[in-house]
Design a protein around this ligand. Structure first.
Ligand code: G6P
Ligand code: MN
Length: 432
């Protein structure tokens, strides 16, 4: 029997997760599912939790769904703890996005300044969770979906003894895009992935075991199969650039490669229908209206308008690979441990790894191609400083984190953004 605990249980994504566990009950016999949230999220927890209970009942499974704000009770004897929480809720995200945009700087949830700020709020909360886990369920796995997932995972690796993996819907979405182009099942696609969270590149793309990398890159150049996440504007990379790159980039890479267009797009968007955070707040509101309907007993189609659609495929298949000692290959955020010599051993990377009961064993990748090496290394420097700032609350470190990010145009703007961020985030920054 398995006890799963989800922090941020009141999230709109909960039906996605429950649906994943219901579909995989044969391999993951979950007997207790605990959805935990803080007092401020209790109303949402009750609504989405009741839907989760209806979903399980409909499936006729002997799984109990507990709703609670008592984190300690939930954690005791947990086997897997997953997190999908948002410190400061959508309001904080909206500030993360809107403040940089005022200065013409990218305002995005995880890339650049927004990711820095989200990490400052999130890392203390996740490390506090780890302290509780060390006491109450020291052998449990922490499967983290909370963004910025790569940065948060590295902080947990550095500052706790809890076993952890960071997950993202991104790599799976790339595989789904390839499968669509070739009209095959997702399982028929394999690709090698390397980079950092929301900064990955794929190559060695195989469909049913045949290498199609060159062919697929040409299709991409012709506008076919470009990675598309719901949360990222649908602007294509130039064909000549795609051919030159010769790798399949996650759509987040457009923030770097089409920087000016993407900032202009976000500015325009924020003036017309609001920042992505304002849009997702509205999507959430509508989702919760649906969730309230006592007739609803399944994950609604509307959830697909969120960027994290299908995230349970990633989460559940990785949990199953650990639980069943599957020795399968998945894309996870985990310590580099020499997968590439171009990053520190103790840096978290997003990579293919063999997953078994002991966790992730990253596959050897070798040197990062020079065309992507510098970008990955400089974003990693930003990540390291971001973690140090989040743990120490040191202003100078925070300023340096923002200043070294490749998308920060000048350091005086970094300072202005930081100062505004610190004011509006005051309630969430005990370390500063
Ligand atoms: C992608 C990322 C997730 C992120 C989501 C944002 O799927 O992989 O890490 O949370 O997009 O989507 P949203 O609908 O919140 O803008
Ligand atoms: Mn992600």
């Amino acid at each position: 029997t398995l006890k799963i605990v989800t922090l941020g249980g009141g999230s709109g994504y909960t039906p996605e997760l429950i649906d994943g566990f219901i579909r995989r009950y044969d391999e993951l016999p979950v007997s207790q599912f605990w959805l935990v949230d803080i007092a401020a999220g209790e109303e949402k927890l009750k609504i989405v939790g009741a839907l989760a209970q209806r979903m399980v009942k409909k499936a006729g499974l002997p799984m109990t769904v507990h709703l609670t704000t008592d984190r300690e009770a939930a954690l005791r004897n947990a086997d897997f703890v997953t997190t999908q929480l948002r410190v400061g809720q959508q309001e904080a995200r909206i500030h993360d996005e809107a403040i940089p945009l005022k200065y013409g700087v990218l305002g995005q949830e995880t890339t650049g300044a927004g990711g820095f700020m989200k990490a400052q709020r999130t890392i203390p909360v996740l490390l506090d969770l780890c302290r509780d886990m060390e006491r109450l369920c020291p052998d449990a796995w922490l499967i983290n979906f909370t963004n910025p997932a790569g940065i948060v995972t590295e902080a947990i690796e550095k500052y706790s003894s809890i076993k952890t993996l960071g997950i993202c819907s991104g790599a799976n979405s790339m595989m789904m895009d390839i499968a669509k182009v070739y009209d095959v099942r997702r399982e028929d696609v394999y690709a090698r992935v390397m980079g950092l969270n929301h900064l990955i590149f794929a190559d060695q793309i195989a469909v049913k075991g045949h290498d199609v990398t060159a062919e697929f890159i040409e299709k991409l150049a012709q506008g076919n199969g470009q990675n598309q996440l719901q949360n990222i504007p649908d602007t294509g990379l130039p064909p000549a650039f795609i051919r030159a790159l010769g790798l399949y980039p996650l759509s987040y890479l457009k923030y770097f490669y089409l920087h000016r267009e993407m900032v202009a797009h976000s500015v325009k968007d924020s003036q017309t229908h609001g920042t992505r955070g304002e849009q997702t707040r509205e999507i959430e509101r509508q989702l919760f209206e649906l969730y309230k309907n006592p007739q609803l007993e399944s994950k609604p189609k509307e959830l697909e308008s969120r960027g994290g659609a299908y995230y349970s495929d990633t989460a559940c298949s990785i949990i199953s690979a650990i639980y069943n000692n599957r020795q399968e290959i998945h894309v996870v955020n985990t310590l580099n441990r020499g997968a590439t010599p171009d990053l520190d051993e103790n840096s978290v990377v997003e990579t293919n790894a063999m997953i078994d009961r002991q966790g992730a064993h990253p596959l050897a990748y070798g040197r990062l191609p020079v065309k992507i090496r510098g970008l990955i290394q400089s974003v990693k420097a930003f990540e390291e400083l971001t973690i140090e700032a989040a743990v120490t609350g040191d202003y100078s470190t925070a300023l340096m984190a923002l200043s070294v990010h490749p998308l920060m145009p000048s350091v005086d703007i970094a300072e202005k953004i930081l100062d505004e961020y610190l004011v509006v985030n005051r309630p969430f920054l005990p370390q500063y």
